[in-house]
Design a protein around this ligand. Structure first.
Ligand SMILES: Cc1cc2nc3c(=O)[nH]c(=O)nc-3n(C[C@H](O)[C@H](O)[C@H](O)COP(=O)(O)O)c2cc1C
Length: 340
């Protein structure tokens, strides 16, 4: 099983004429999937594509990549980096996508899945699923504007009905999307109830373009099960990739973390935050990351609290050394209550 899974995860797939070297993606995560986390993940390897956290289409058009915490990247990651956009204007989404294409990203991902209040109130993210005709116009407009692969990330919709997801999937495909990433949860449920993987199978069977599954894949056996039971073309990993940035390398190349891995990863992440963000932001973002990383340890809550009791990265690093030497016991799986 494990051997077959790793072979599958390493198999290339062509999306809109462009080769993708594998089947495991880093899911878009605002506040977590930034340039720093992506550099750390890249150190271990094993992923096929990395998705940025959602960027406002309006902002992307004029954004300075060297000042933004979200719309920023390393040139060497561009060939496997997809920028996610949120917005609701077909014209503005198209203009932002053109910038993404011109900057050299692998592709653009359109957000029809985010169900947090500040986004839905602007009629963006999952709110758009209430108006499939606008969804169609957005994808068509982006399709006309760019040649790079267009991904669509979406969820079931506003009622727990797989037919709604299938209908939306067909609209996206028909409007010109090249691949779908489907998170089978109803809006506005964030992550309280389990996602319904059986809906992924229905979406996969309804369209010809590749479909990637997402939601609650934590262990290798979850990944194998999602692929086997839904027939999806690959898997997009969210929270587990923050807790274990080496997860892609583990599942594709058999990388096994040791005690040094945990300590080094924690310290090196702190250094990356210092490198990429100004001091106040780096502490704020580090704390977000630390919660996920500390979830790896038994008594992760108290380790987390001890580490983040600081207001600069140097103190944070000292706290890490204090709490990770000697190495605390690692749980088999991260504490899901800490992966908010
Ligand atoms: C902190 C956080 C931020 C997220 N931000 C985004 C986002 O910007 N765009 C998006 O499409 N999904 C976003 N998501 C949803 C994830 O991409 C993913 O669908 C969800 O976490 C389920 O996958 P998982 O169980 O592998 O974590 C976010 C999730 C989390 C936990």
């Amino acid at each position: 099983m494990t051997v077959r899974l790793s072979e599958f995860l390493k198999k290339s797939i062509v999306i809109s004429g462009k080769k993708v070297h594998g089947r495991l993606f880093l899911a878009p995560m605002a506040g977590l999937g930034h340039i720093g986390l992506r550099e750390m993940i890249s150190e271990y390897g094993g992923f096929a594509l990395l998705f940025s956290g959602m960027c406002s289409a309006k902002t992307v058009i004029h954004e300075n990549r060297f000042k933004s915490t979200v719309f920023s990247w390393r040139d060497q990651e561009l060939s496997s980096l997809v920028c996610q956009l949120f917005g609701n204007s077909p014209e503005i989404m198209a203009e932002a996508s053109m910038r993404i294409e011109n900057e050299g990203f692998f592709g653009v991902d359109l957000n029809f899945g985010c169900s947090v209040m500040p986004i839905c109130k602007q009629n963006c993210g999952a709110a758009l699923l209430k108006d499939l005709s606008l969804c169609r116009q957005i994808v068509q407009s982006v399709r006309k504007a760019v040649k790079i692969p267009i991904f669509v990330k979406f969820r079931t919709g506003w009622e727990d009905n797989p037919r709604a997801a299938v209908k939306a999937a067909r609209v996206f495909e028909d409007a010109g999307a090249d691949a779908l990433v489907f998170h089978p949860r109803v809006a506005p449920d964030r992550r309280t109830r389990p996602p319904k993987w059986e809906y992924i199978k229905m979406v996969k069977e309804a369209v010809l373009i590749p479909v990637f599954g997402n939601g609650n894949v934590i262990e290798e056996k979850d990944c194998a099960k999602m692929i086997e039971t839904t027939g999806c073309d690959g898997v997009s990993l969210g929270r587990i990739a923050v807790a274990r940035p080496w997860i892609f390398a583990s599942w594709t190349n058999g990388f096994i973390p040791d005690t040094d891995t945990y300590l080094n990863c924690f310290i090196n992440m702190a250094t990356l935050f210092e490198k990429y963000f100004e001091p106040v932001i780096s502490v704020k973002l580090f704390k977000k990351f630390a919660r996920y990383f500390a979830a790896n340890f038994c008594f992760g809550h108290s380790i987390y609290t001890g580490i983040v009791r600081a207001d600069n990265i140097e103190d944070i690093k000292n706290n890490i050394l204090k709490h990770l030497k000697p190495m605390p016991e690692v749980s088999l799986n991260p504490n899901m209550n800490m992966l908010l």
